[in-house]
Ligand binder design. Structure first.
Ligand code: NAD
Length: 509
């Protein structure tokens, strides 16, 4: 892998066009400024310097994009699925060809270490290939014969949809939502996060270069409260696929109520990793560290609460603290970096604010617990011990490289602590006892659970959360269920009797 200096030199070349022209909207196949002419700036969290201007779209731009998506819908819906499949594979080819550019730009815009972003770009291509291959079967249905009818079911794409994405791994998450929408035959208006707009713009450009017809995929940059809101309220948009904070999900549900939007929400998490005394503790340690300190801890599936059995808690926590203190914090484009700067100063302040909360609540900071350096949004990987389940540091999503340790005595206590939060996205269980694993996974309130493993995504499986962590599932056929409508067609198989009205003789009672 290239070193920091090489990466910076390459990045400079890739960013030149954005410095000159900014990040623009892409509506109806045209690269355009916001109709108002307004722009905002995107910054790099490395030194908080300006990367470039970004078109600040609002209701008028969303309206133009929604109209373009509506106009493009019939032709895209009716295109032979085999043709849609080819276009989506061509998008994947071009993502792979530009993976380095995507990874470097994403690292610089978000602060995510390049060691993870290189893979995120390729996973984006995989998402397109996976749903491309499923496109030909998306409309398949069932035959459900009854005594008088041949009942058929089929699925049809719901129509133009809105996709709203967050700033953590923005490229991969955009592909994950948009690829199935396109494969299903929907057209899209995408509103990416205002804090990380660059790779969404690359992705939409790539799709057009790959031959996606104009209007099928429209990109409008802007802020949540105006562009995002307008998208959720637009009458031509049939559904909203949203990834972001739980509170924003509630707001979107309210905003979409008037136009009866179908919603799919992937929201926040406060995910437990539960380590029992009989587990393979070396592997459990590696996985617990990976799942909270990779991707800067800015990861919805992060294991931000470590529930560890009291009999092994002290020894396990000592080893953990040593490893956390040894994590390499640095420039995100340095291949040696394990934790880079957080997305933005506002988020840095939120995360470091929890160090004060931890102290005030009486917890112990066993590693980290402060900013790193004077410039940029760097924070030390942090381990909080001596915590109680009801403390804010054990209840609220911090969304940074911060792990809260909660010892437990019994299986019942572990389950009570694990389930005692508003969220329910993922859970991780470490035990050598198969029957315990079955019991515990049955009771854990989470949409996804891994036993003796870190989070390993397999695209055919359902991805999503329960409680405040979301509504709906992605992956496999579940994505098509969201982006498509079921239709029932009943065909008479003979001349069955039809109830007759208006045939009684005149004057009959
Ligand atoms: P956020 O909710 O602040 O913003 C997400 C997106 O919503 C942005 O594009 C924003 O502009 C837009 N938005 C904000 N207000 C809006 C409104 N009123 N109407 C319409 N759109 C609006 O989230 P964030 O801070 O960007 O991302 C971090 C959050 O995302 C965390 O809570 C994390 O757990 C969650 N997340 C969840 C998953 C998952 O799969 N469950 C995946 C990644 C991130």
């Amino acid at each position: 892998m290239a070193d920091l200096a090489e990466n910076l030199a390459k990045l400079d070349g890739y960013l030149a066009r954005f410095r000159e022209a900014g990040v623009r909207n892409l509506i109806g196949g045209h690269s355009v400024a916001a109709q108002s002419g307004a722009t905002f700036q995107t910054l790099t969290p490395v030194d908080e310097g300006v990367i470039c201007d970004v078109a600040q779209g609002a209701a008028a731009d969303i309206d133009a994009a929604a109209q373009a998506a509506q106009a493009a819908f019939p032709a895209w819906r009716d295109l032979a699925a085999a043709e849609r499949k080819k276009v989506l594979h061509r998008i994947a080819d071009r993502i792979e060809a530009r993976a380095e550019e995507i990874a470097l730009c994403e690292s610089w815009d978000t602060g995510q270490p390049i060691r993870f972003m290189a893979k995120a770009a390729l996973r984006g291509a995989e998402n397109f290939r996976f749903f491309a291959d499923r496109a030909p079967a998306a409309r398949d249905g069932q035959a459900l014969p009854s005594p008088t009818l041949m009942n058929l079911t089929t699925r049809v794409p719901i129509g133009p949809v809105g996709v709203i994405t967050p700033w953590n791994t923005p490229f991969m998450l955009s592909t994950w939502k948009i690829a199935p929408a396109l494969a299903a035959g929907c057209t899209v208006v995408h509103k990416p996060a205002e804090l990380s707009p660059i790779t969404a713009s690359l992705l939409c450009e790539i799709a057009h270069e790959a031959g996606l017809p104009p209007g099928v995929w429209n990109l409008v940059n802007g802020f949540g409260e105006d562009a995002g809101r307008a998208l959720t309220e637009h009458p031509a948009i049939r559904a909203i696929a949203f990834v972001g904070e739980s509170q924003t999900g509630s707001a979107i549900m309210r905003q979409g109520a008037e136009t009866l939007k179908r919603v799919h929400f992937e929201l926040g998490g406060k995910n437990p990793v539960v380590v029992f005394e009989d587990a393979d503790l070396d592997r459990a340690l590696d996985a617990a560290i990976f799942m909270i300190y990779s991707l800067n801890g800015e990861r919805c599936t992060s294991s931000s609460r470590l529930l560890v059995q009291s009999t092994i808690a002290e020894a396990f926590t000592v080893r953990l603290a040593e490893r956390v203190a040894a994590i390499t914090v640095g420039h995100p484009l340095d291949p040696a970096t394990e934790v880079g700067p957080l997305i933005h100063r506002v988020h840095l302040d939120k995360v470091t604010g929890y160090f004060e909360v931890a102290r005030a609540e009486g917890a112990t900071i066993a590693a980290g617990g402060q900013r790193r350096g004077d410039a940029g949004c760097y924070v030390a990987p942090t381990l909080l011990t001596g915590a109680k389940p009801e403390m804010r540091i054990a209840q609220e999503e911090i969304f940074g490289p911060v792990l809260t340790v909660l010892p437990f005595d019994t299986e019942d206590e572990a389950l009570k602590i694990a389930n005692g939060v508003p969220y329910g996205l993922t859970a991780y269980v470490w035990t050598a006892d198969l029957t315990r694993a079955l019991r515990v996974t049955d009771v854990l309130e989470a949409g996804m659970i891994w036993v003796n493993s870190e989070n390993v995504r397999h695209l055919p499986t359902p991805f999503g959360g329960v409680k405040a962590s979301g509504i709906g599932r992605d992956g496999g056929d579940w994505s098509f269920e969201f982006y498509m409508e079921q239709k029932h067609i009943g065909l008479a198989t003979g001349a069955h009797p039809i109830p007759q009205l208006g045939t009684l003789p005149k004057g009959a009672p």
